[in-house]
Design a protein around this ligand. Structure first.
Ligand code: SF4
Ligand code: SF4
Length: 61
């Protein structure tokens, strides 16, 4: 599983960036972007941290 961001929902608050134990997300143009999906350990913290439900863990296939 890898995180996926719904850009229309993302407010760029940075909570997912802070919550992630790795460096999976970066903030870019006031949106979160999945920069290093290979660092994801599937902990679920990003999904829980997002106040607007913009992050979901999805099957990379
Ligand atoms: S599931 Fe965990 S490791 Fe993966 S992107 Fe979300 S916070 Fe980071
Ligand atoms: S926590 Fe949600 S709203 Fe905030 S930057 Fe991440 S995806 Fe965007």
């Amino acid at each position: 599983m890898i995180p996926q961001i719904s850009l229309p929902l993302c407010t760029g608050c940075g909570a997912c960036v802070e919550a992630c134990p790795g460096e999976v997300f970066i903030l870019e143009n006031e949106k979160s972007r999945v920069a290093l999906p290979e660092e994801c350990i599937e902990c679920g913290a990003c999904e829980e941290s997002c106040p607007v439900g913009a992050v979901s863990l999805v099957d990379p296939a």
